[in-house]
Design a protein around this ligand. Structure first.
Ligand code: NI
Length: 168
């Protein structure tokens, strides 16, 4: 496994629509393993392939319990109930915004072997799934954000994150 370089806003690759995965080979397995390692290294909750410069429909999400790999994912169900909260992106370093998304979502996807499965997520997991799936169509959360956090709110958030990190 190896860490991959995370591309940041301004790189046109982040605005492109990714192609479906058709080959479930060793190369895909390596990409997924590298994405998981890169996500953990950057303390991220999720990562999409275009963020490491690969225009394929692949996403990884750390649900807090396990690392989920979503190949060719589609949303098959989402709750009418919404959640509003803080969102950030490894490709938009140092910034956070307020985004409203469905509270629960069901995603249908393939794993690295091509096996289809469904995964239901709520709260932060639903938010991460939807955020990462948007990346596959060239969209970044800042397009959806009601507003970005002020520098005071950002300081408060970073302080809280640092405290949580210390508590681990
Ligand atoms: Ni992102």
């Amino acid at each position: 496994m190896a860490l991959r370089n995370i591309v940041t806003v301004g790189d046109p690759i982040l605005n492109k629509v990714c192609r479906k995965v058709t080959k479930f080979d060793e190369r895909l397995a390596t990409l997924i393993d590298d994405m998981i390692e890169t996500m953990h290294d950057a303390n991220g909750v999720g990562l999409a392939a275009p963020q490491v410069g690969v225009l394929r429909r692949v996403v990884v999400v750390d649900t807090g319990e396990e690392d989920v790999e979503l190949v060719n994912p589609v949303v098959v169900d989402q709750s009418e109930e919404q959640q509003t909260g803080v969102e950030g992106c490894l490709s938009v370093p140092g910034k956070y915004g307020i985004v409203t998304r469905p509270e629960r979502v069901t995603v249908r996807a393939q794993d690295r072997t091509g096996e289809w499965y469904e995964y239901e997520g709520e709260e932060i997991v639903a938010r991460a799934f939807l955020h990462e799936l948007d990346h596959l169509d060239g969209h970044i959360y800042t397009e959806l954000a009601e507003r970005m956090l002020t520098s005071e709110e950002l300081d408060e958030l970073l302080k809280k994150q640092a405290e949580e990190e210390d508590a681990k």
